[in-house]
Design a protein around this ligand. Structure first.
Ligand code: GAR
Length: 190
């Protein structure tokens, strides 16, 4: 932690609804939180979550020209001295070049108990496979999709009465709970 005295300048990347973004903004406003959200970046110009970020008076960047997303983002990350990126429902795969150039930590939240169910439709696959548990994981982002070191996970029981929607809802609830905790855990162990 000596590496970063004070709150860490953080950017959140989103693609859609932004409920995890909301939970991170709420957490960042707490006196003892370790991050300050300076910037929200979306690869989808119509992402619902951008509205909430604007209302919270956080700078936003909505990418309109797909081909320059990474370069434009890197410029802003530098401009605002961002030291941490949190991906929150960000559905675009970042290139190895981007990860190398940013050169600081990138965290992600994923709706499964990694290493199970990388990629999409995680809860659907857990139900189809008759798993007893689903869950969410906070992990470091590397070049390999959903494969970086897991920082924190939490399980939720899959009931016989669950369908994909109800399970997604339960998993999302624990996502909101563990993302701030995972960030704390990661930053205090730096
Ligand atoms: C969340 O369930 C998040 O874990 C998932 O997308 C949803 C976004 O919801 N992310 C991924 O699947 C990334 N591979 P939100 O926009 O309401 O935070």
């Amino acid at each position: 932690m000596e590496k970063y005295p004070g709150k860490i300048n953080t950017a959140v990347f989103i693609s859609g609804r932004g409920s995890n973004l909301k939970s991170l903004i709420k957490y960042s406003k707490k006196k003892n939180s370790l991050i300050k959200i300076i910037l929200v970046i979306s690869n989808n110009p119509d992402a619902e979550g951008l509205k909430y970020a604007s209302r919270s008076k956080i700078k936003i960047y909505r990418n309109k020209n797909k081909s320059n997303f990474e370069n434009e983002s890197l410029k802003l990350l530098k401009k605002y001295n961002i030291d941490l990126i949190c991906l929150a429902g960000f559905m675009k795969i970042l290139s190895g070049n981007f990860i190398k150039k940013f050169s600081k930590p990138i965290l992600n939240i994923h709706p499964s108990l990694l290493p199970k169910y990388k990629g999409l439709n995680t809860n659907e696959r857990a139900i189809k496979n008759k798993d007893r548990f689903a869950g969410a994981s906070i992990h470091k982002v590397t070049e390999k999709l959903d494969s970086g070191k897991v920082i924190l996970q939490k399980k939720v029981k899959i009931l016989k009465s669950d369908n994909v929607r109800s399970l997604e809802k339960k998993v999302l609830k624990i996502e909101h709970e563990i993302y701030p905790k995972g960030i704390d855990k990661f930053l205090t162990n730096l």
